[in-house]
Write a protein that binds this ligand. Sequence first.
Ligand code: SF4
Ligand code: SF4
Ligand code: SF4
Length: 353
Amino acid sequence: MICLNIDGIAVEAGEDMTILEAAQSVNIRIPTLCYMKEVNEIGSCRMCVVEVEGMNKLPTACNTLVKEGMHVQTKSERVIEARKTILNLLLSNHHRGCFSCPQNGECELQELCYEYGVEESRYVGTRKKIERPVKDSHPFLCYHPELCIHCQRCVNTCAKVTGRKAITLGKTGMFNIIEAPFGADWDTTLCESCGNCAQACPTGAITEKRKKNYRGWETKRVRTTCPHCATGCQMDLIVKDNKIVDVEGADGPSNHGLLCVKGRSASFDFIDQEDRIRYPLIKNKDTGEFERATWDEALDLVASKFTELRENYGGEALAGFACSRSTNEDVYMLQKMVRTVFESNNTDNCARV
Ligand code: SF4
Ligand code: SF4
Ligand code: SF4
């Protein structure tokens, strides 16, 4: 273990820990914008700068390792001034339309500007002179270059976590740019519309298009499990006026905040559809029409038909195949029923994702 001192507190940290991690271990908050643990530790935004005794420059806490005897200041006057300058520089290239931005109220840049009292940039950004059109031909996602702070969370999320490398870092003249594949030819790119880049983006630069239909403060979150496959990703349903308006990946053991396109964009629209089947239906053999039934009527009918088949043809005539959307517990119950009630070993499921 390494012993160091952060803001006057003696801290013990592993030798592979960064200053940021050591500070977090004793509940000292250091602000970050580009940082995402094990995904984006490039120290590009520089919001996490700290003062270290004996070092002239202010190092970035997210990617500087702790050292024995280090003395770190996370809130010194010099550090606060540096962070204000950084926010001024970020804002100098940032379109200031917070009222119309879908991320208003949930934007990490907005929150930090509020915390550090930065309302207007004292600089005029040179990127503002370059034409940077919005890319919104993608069915789910939209990219506003004027809201992009080039933190690269999206680039590294797509490459290292989603595994697509659909977003790249490009160049225009002397500037770096983010090449987000959300323009007219988005369907020829590697993007699979999972939306993990939008969830990672700290500003409103990449957003799900449906986000413009609500504001964060109007909603509540309901933690649930994705209904689409046996991976069992954890997700938060975003609910406004008792209707699900969006989905966000939650930190579950199998998904760690990520979702695929099905979990993100195909999990909730059907809930309020007019033609959704909400109760059991039994076909009237005389009219050929389906008619509403009670659960008892429907289950009795199904049970009597299965029993009839088993008695006439034996258990081998029956099989049970569980849906991949079922939970482990439901799949277990199905095989139990097939073996004990159907008297058959013909049982399987398609949960092999
Ligand atoms: S939606 Fe998914 S695949 Fe497409 S760019 Fe974003 S992270 Fe990459
Ligand atoms: S689009 Fe968002 S995540 Fe990507 S670089 Fe810009 S601000 Fe960062
Ligand atoms: S469908 Fe996608 S989001 Fe849902 S559980 Fe499977 S992998 Fe996760």
